[in-house]
Write a protein of this length. Structure first.
Length: 319
């Protein structure tokens, strides 16, 4: 991030009074952490802040400060609209339908389309919270224990507990700073990643019962019926993809999750040396080389067939 961009962000914030912050549908810890953390910083500065996630905050983050202050819709007039952790504008859902283009886009996805007036995109950041933390330090914005807790959650969840190949010494240094601000790392890890609901584990069971492995590609699917059968409340894969990715005999893993709106959510994970973001991009999604996703129109069967074919192509091309 260059100095001009940092200063431009500082100027926009200084001039704004009513600020809207948004992140992506099916929010993860980085989306929630970036949203709440930046919101709390702005509030410390005396701004009026609205936090919006179309899908709300998932239960697994209900231990975080101010999680109950996140709304599902924007309302009113804003001087500044900031989108965090989204590589393209479609990922926020319909929140901005009655509003114009966002003013600021803060993100770390290499597939970011730079959709805002000011784009603060840094691919080397492990999580978007890292970029926001850097902005806060560079502009001497206030930090406190609550902000540290949500930021550390973003770092932990996007790096799978500092295990992903993009984990840097810098991310670990920031984590240490956040601990010193009072964030309890083992507690935050356990709540966001170390605990699963019984429903989630049963849901995994259904997905695992029909797992496929062929030439170093592993995949499975979760249907709407599965979700109903075990009462799983989310519309995600309950992180089943990360379990599949741990299977030794694979290079690329895939999970297909059927959605109510006639689309299928696809998650890709790849070992170092492979790039699944390009395949995800082909299907209108995005992400990083080792982890990508997309929402694709079509039936579970059709989407599986198309995506496996394209992914197989990528696996053979780069493997
Ligand atoms: P997921 O499979 O949802 O855990 O996402 C893996 C990575 O891909 C994350 O970095 C996501 O932000 C990104 N991603 C997931 N879905 C999409 C999408 N529809 N468009 C762009 N990026 C996505
Ligand atoms: Mn995210
Ligand atoms: Mn992220």
């Amino acid at each position: 991030m260059n100095k001009e961009n940092i200063q431009a962000f500082g100027n926009l914030v200084e001039r704004a009074d009513r600020i809207l912050i948004i992140s992506h549908t099916r929010p993860d810890g980085d989306a929630v952490g970036s949203l709440i953390g930046l919101g709390l910083i702005f509030e410390e500065l005396g701004k009026k802040v609205n936090l919006v996630l179309e899908d709300g905050v998932p239960k697994v983050f209900h231990h975080l400060p101010s999680y109950d202050r996140v709304f599902r819709e924007a309302a009113g007039v804003y001087d500044l609209i900031v989108v965090v952790d989204c590589s393209d504008i479609d990922r926020i859902g319909n929140v901005l339908d009655d509003y114009g283009e966002p003013d600021v886009n803060i993100d770390h996805h290499p597939t970011n389309t730079c959709f805002a007036g000011l784009n603060l995109v840094q691919e080397t950041a492990v999580a978007t919270v890292e970029i926001i933390y850097d902005l806060a330090v560079a502009l001497s914005l206030p930090l406190n224990q609550s902000i540290a807790e949500v930021f550390l959650t973003g770092l932990l969840t996007d790096s799978l507990g500092f295990r992903t190949s993009n984990t840097t010494p810098k991310a670990l240094r920031i984590a240490a700073e956040l601990q010193e601000l009072g964030a309890d790392l083992p507690f935050l890890y356990r709540k966001a990643m170390g605990e699963k609901s019984l429903e989630a584990v049963k849901y995994w069971g259904l997905g695992l019962s029909r797992i496929n492995l062929e030439d170093r590609l592993v995949w499975t699917s979760l249907s709407l019926e599965d979700r109903k059968k075990v009462d799983y409340p989310g519309r995600d894969d309950a992180d089943l993809i990360n379990l599949l990715a741990s299977i030794k005999e694979t290079d690329i893993s895939l999970v297909f999750v059927e959605q109510k709106n006639g689309t299928v959510k696809v998650s890709w994970r790849a070992r170092p040396g492979f790039d699944v973001s390009k395949t995800a991009l082909e299907f209108g999604g995005g992400g990083h080389k080792p982890a990508a996703g997309a929402e694709i129109k079509g039936s579970l069967e059709q989407v599986q067939e198309d995506v496996i074919k394209a992914t197989r192509h990528a696996l053979n091309g780069t493997g």
